[in-house]
Structure formats: C-alpha cells, structure tokens
Design a protein around this ligand. Structure first.
Ligand SMILES: *Cc1c(COP(=O)(O)O)cnc(C)c1O
Length: 455
C-alpha cells in the first residue's frame, strides 16, 4: 500500500472539541447591540426569556472565549463527529489545477447537514430548563429535520412551520421531519395571526423564511410552555457551529497544509461562521493569512448588495432589531432551489467581520452553482446540497485562477450538506428548467424603503 495518496484526514472521537469558540472577545470592535422592537432600547436578557432558555440567552451575549460543550451534547456529536476533512484529489485532477482543494464534509450528520451541530445543544439547554415543546420554521427542510431529530434524541416535542413552496416541492423532507416525530404545518398558515394576515393579502402566498419565523415566534410567545429555536443568524447558533472550524484546523495540520483561501456559502451565515471563525481568530492574532470568502446567491445578495442597518429578522416584525446586511424584511427572494440561502438578512456577526475587512463577499448565479455541483459530484461522488454548490463554484473558480496564474494555492471550503433530498432541483437543472435571477433592484429598493427608523 506504500505510496497511496491520502484522501481523508480523520480525527478520533476523543478529538471532538471540548468547547465552542466565541470570537467576540477577539474582535477589534464589539457588535452593535440588538434592540427591542417596541422601545428601540438595547435588549436585556429578560426580553428574550419568553422565547429562549436563559443558558442560550447568556451565550448570545457572552464575551467568554471558550464555552464548554456539555458532555451529553459531545456524546451525541460522537454519532457523526469529528466530520471528515477530504482532499478533493479527483476534482483537482479533473480541473488540471496545481491548487490543493480540501473540503470539510458536514453531510455525514444523520440529518444530512451542519444544522444538527446546533439543533442538539439547543434542544439540550431547553430540556435542562424544563421546556417540553419547541416551535421553529424551516425553509428547505434541513433545519426542520435537524431540530426534529435532536428533539427525538432528547424527548422534546417539536412543531415546524415549513415554507409553503418547500412543503409542496419537498414531500420527502417533510416525511423525514414527521418520521422523527415532529409536526409540520405549511406556512403561511391559518394557525397564527401573522399567517392569517399574509393569507388575507396573498391567498396564494408561497411563503418565505421571514413569514415562517413570525409564525413560529408567535406560537412560542403566546404559549409559556413552548420555546422557539432558530437554525441560523443568532450568535449562539454560530457559536455551536465552531466545532467545524476547530476540527478543520487540526485536520489541516494533520495534512501538513495551511489554507490560502477559506470559502463557505452564506444564507443566514451559520455554516460559514462555523468553519471560518476559528480561523479568523488566528488571523486576528497574525497566525493565519488566508483570504476568507463568503458566497451568496445573486438572487438574494444581502452581503454584496444589501444595506448595513437595523432590521427585523422576520416579516411580521415580532423579532428584535439586529444590525446586519439586509435586503429588507418584506423582501421575498426569488424561488431559487438553494432554499437555505433565501433569507433577507445575514448574521450580525458575519455582517460585522465583513465590515471589519476580515472577510470578502461574492455572489454566484444559480446555473453556475448547479454546474459546479454536477462537476463536483462526477469527480468526488457526493451530490451536494444546492446551497453548498455556491461554495463549490467559488472553490472551482479559485482553482482555475491558480491554474491560469501557474501558482499553487491551498483551498478549503465547507461542504455544508448532501443533496439527497434535493434531487428534484437536479432533475430540473438537467432538464434546462432552472434560470438565473438578476438582482431584483426595484423590489429590494421597495423593501429597503420600509426599514425601521432607528435614531
Ligand atoms: C441551511 C443551510 C445552509 C444555509 O444556512 P447558513 O446558516 O448560512 O449555513 C447552507 N447549507 C446547507 C446544507 C443548509 O442546510
């Protein structure tokens, strides 16, 4: 077997990180505080208590660099973690590039994506504080299946508002969520005031993440026994994802390599933050010199074309105001197949590191993303989630640039999930039914005109 090329850089179960990494104390400037939607004053911990357990609220504002991962959560992580770091040797050969390409593969989680990394601790902390019911929303269905699975593991019950378009297009995701014992309702629904208000105006509404969030928050706010869980955007969610980057740092060192560029796709920003924050922590200390690139869809370009402003996280304006790159909370993104990237805003933390110049942002069109995903699948044998195709497209672009320039380059990207439940989008792509969407300038201008006035 001498001379075999290494493909996987695996860590033993004992190397699952002991703590999540919080970048806040290492940043040169603090984050702008979230504001109460009524008073416009900075939010206190008690304002969030109707929705979240206190342990997660404290993580949301923590300035501790390391936050210990509870032993039972690490034990559940061991079901699929540490996830593999894979050298894409066959893709490198197919591209005839001198670049070395590595990907961290989060599709090995039983829910099929990185989302389980936060679903498990969120369910666990809720359980510790005696909560028995969680409500949430899901766009493409990945977050709904992750939270449903975590709730099944920990004995909680789970109610999921699923964006109407996905509910209709993705019956298998819905079936998976139900198999884990959660209930699924198409959003907008008649169960909530926010849902009914949308349906009164738009009876055929296909829904959006912003609308589904309003419904799930409303249910939790009105029922003292129910808490709310969010799959992205918030600091504590991004924090839980940092197991990805911490493992990747160890694995790149096993490979004897250092990344020159680190890439992730961004919807709400959690898988991207999970991979890159531990590297950014090193970058701030001068121990990492990589370019860090966030990739978003051209149809929903919050980082590259949105405004940095206080905005609501949802369409019904029930959530606190957070300062982020936003396209306006009433913007309903075009129906691209990367459902997990169809969100009007961006994590405040990811928005902040872009503003600080630590991260660059770029965008990819839908057809280019799918072309990259197919090329990747034929070389590496993994069918990627449509969201992850955006990261792959940028990785391939970088590898071809290295080839054109005749230099070597080490590329690391996050393969945030597999696409086994998204095959309809691949069928549509192969049949030539998908289209590119240009930046919907007028619609976004209209949505931005409605930004809340914050002094
Ligand atoms: C949800 C999801 C995304 C987008 O969400 P982020 O919070 O930006 O990570 C990306 N990839 C996959 C596979 C997802 O499920």
């Amino acid at each position: 077997m001498l001379g075999m090329e290494t493909i996987q850089y695996n860590l033993p179960q004992s190397r699952i990180p002991q703590a999540w990494y919080n970048i806040l104390p290492d940043l040169p400037e603090p984050l702008a505080p979230p504001l109460h939607p009524g008073t416009l004053k900075p939010l206190g911990p008690d304002d969030l208590a109707p929705l979240f357990p206190m342990a997660l609220i404290l993580q949301e504002v923590s300035t501790e660099r390391e936050i210990e991962i509870p032993e039972e959560v690490r034990q559940i992580y061991a079901q699929w973690r540490p996830s593999p770091l894979i050298r894409a040797r066959r893709l490198e050969k197919a591209l005839e590039t001198p670049a070395r390409i590595y990907y961290k593969y989060e599709g090995v989680s039983p829910a099929g994506s990185h989302k389980l990394n936060t679903a498990v601790p969120q369910a666990w902390y809720n359980k510790q504080e005696g909560v028995k019911h969680l409500s949430t929303e899901t766009g493409a269905g990945q977050w709904g299946s992750a939270l449903a699975m975590a709730c099944a593991f920990l004995g909680l019950d789970c109610k999921v508002f699923m964006v109407r378009v996905s509910y209709d297009q993705k019956p298998y995701r819905r079936a998976l969520i139900e198999a884990f014992g959660a209930t699924v309702t198409a959003s907008p629904s008649t169960l909530t005031e926010s849902g009914r208000a949308i349906l009164a105006q738009h009876p055929d509404s296909k829904g959006s993440l912003g609308i589904a969030i309003s419904e799930a928050v409303e249910v939790a706010a009105n029922d003292p026994r129910t808490n709310y869980a969010l799959g992205s955007v918030l600091n504590h969610v991004l924090l839980h994802q940092t197991v990805i980057g911490q493992e990747a740092i160890e694995q790149m060192s096993l490979a004897g390599d250092e990344p020159d560029v680190i890439i992730g796709c961004t919807g709400g920003g959690s898988n991207f933050a999970g991979l890159v924050m531990p590297w950014l922590g090193r970058k701030i200390k001068g121990k990492c010199h990589a370019r860090v690139v966030a990739v978003e869809p051209a149809a929903c370009p919050s980082l590259t074309r949105g405004r940095f402003a206080y905005d609501f996280g949802d369409t019904g304006h029930l959530t606190p105001l957070v300062k982020m790159h936003t396209l306006g909370s009433t913007f309903v993104p075009p129906g691209i197949h990367a459902g997990g990237l169809r969100y009007h805003g961006m994590a405040p933390l990811v928005s902040h590191v872009v503003n600080l110049g630590l991260v660059e942002a770029t965008q990819v069109q839908q057809l280019d993303a799918f072309a990259a995903g197919i090329q990747f699948a034929r070389a590496e044998g993994i069918i990627p989630a449509p969201e992850a195709n955006h990261a792959i497209a940028e990785a391939i672009r970088q590898a071809l640039e290295a080839k054109a320039e005749g230099n070597a380059r080490t590329i690391l990207f996050n393969l945030s999930g597999h696409g086994h439940f998204d095959m309809q989008s691949y069928i549509d792509y192969q049949a030539g039914k998908l289209e590119n969407y240009d930046y919907p300038e007028e619609e976004i201008a209209m949505a931005l005109a409605g930004l809340p006035a914050v002094p």
